[in-house]
Design a protein around this ligand. Structure first.
Ligand SMILES: Cc1cc2nc3c(=O)[nH]c(=O)nc-3n(C[C@H](O)[C@H](O)[C@H](O)COP(=O)(O)OP(=O)(O)OC[C@H]3O[C@@H](n4cnc5c(N)ncnc54)[C@H](O)[C@@H]3O)c2cc1C
Length: 252
């Protein structure tokens, strides 16, 4: 592995591998030598999260433009044509524009497919390593690299002309790059997620959104393998839903 690259990307969630693939493939015609890119990710195991399971039509279009559409096909993703919005007894269907659909899939499988595509480019190194800090040029304060360490290893330095930080919504480096922000990210709510088996929705191929008076909304959509995801928005931090006693109460 090199320790000096053209581009370092911190984080191989959704954005990082898509960007690595795009930079590795789309720029190669205009350059004498391909860009050398390192994608640095603290855990290359399959993520077990309930985020990013429903890609809206704009995201599907973006994936097509990046040549990453096959990631969706490989997952057996479910095509969704719009939302069925329910309030009390009343329901309306809001369809996506003609020729556009959203896709639902298991988040972990999607991220693994994106990482595989990034890894396929010969000029991308995917490295399992935790980034500890950014390295700045002492005079210009430009970010020129990162300090990072592999599991149980000593800190190492990686340098690049461009460092891209894509370490997610709980980013450790956001303020280091942007300085103190006018708007500080804060928790406004929580989502509890359930998997339901063998469910039949009133309007198939549409995500169902249930608008409730003092809670919610609740969203239901189909995933591959005859499963449905149910997301319930909660105003307060949920109790441990895996606790059997709470599950019984919630189910009654
Ligand atoms: C509850 C919830 C539900 C959501 N549902 C949807 C949805 O249905 N559809 C949708 O399109 N979007 C959804 N989103 C938004 C979506 O999850 C984010 O937009 C997307 O994950 C952002 O991608 P990202 O690559 O920036 O961050 P992430 O996907 O979070 O990836 C960040 C990566 O950086 C790595 N990392 C972090 N710190 C370090 C470090 N120090 N060193 C090395 N690696 C590091 C992490 O391990 C991770 O792999 C949801 C978000 C939440 C919170």
């Amino acid at each position: 592995m090199l320790s000096s690259y053209d581009i370092l990307i911190v984080g191989a969630g959704v954005a990082g591998p898509a960007l690595a693939h795009a930079l590795a493939t789309k720029t190669c015609d205009n350059r004498r030598a391909p860009l050398r890119i390192a994608l640095l990710e603290r855990s290359l195991s399959k993520p077990d999260r309930i985020v990013a399971e429903l890609l809206q039509p704009g995201g599907v279009t973006a994936l097509k433009q990046l040549g990453l559409e096959s990631c969706l096909e490989d997952l057996g993703s479910v095509s969704l044509l719009g939302y069925h919005v329910l309030r009390g007894e009343q329901g309306i269907c809001a369809s996506f524009p003609e020729g556009h659909d959203a896709r639902a899939f298991e988040h972990g499988a999607f991220v693994m497919a994106l990482r595989d595509r990034a890894r396929q480019a010969p000029n991308v190194d995917v490295i399992e390593i935790t980034v500890l800090g950014l390295i700045e040029n002492e005079d210009t304060h430009r970010v020129i690299g990162v300090r990072a360490s592999k599991a149980g290893g000593q800190p190492e330095s990686y340098f690049a002309d461009l460092v891209i930080v894509a370490d997610g919504s709980t980013s450790k480096f956001r303020t280091a790059v942007l300085g103190s922000m006018l708007y500080e990210p804060s928790h406004r709510g929580y989502l509890a997620g359930l998997i339901l088996k063998d469910l039949k929705l009133a309007v198939p191929q549409y995500a169902t959104m249930i608008v409730l008076k003092r809670a919610g909304p609740v969203v239901l959509f189909e995933l591959p393998n005859n499963e449905h995801r149910m997301l319930v928005e909660l105003k307060e931090s949920p109790p441990d839903l895996k606790d059997p006693e709470i599950s019984v109460t919630a189910g009654t």
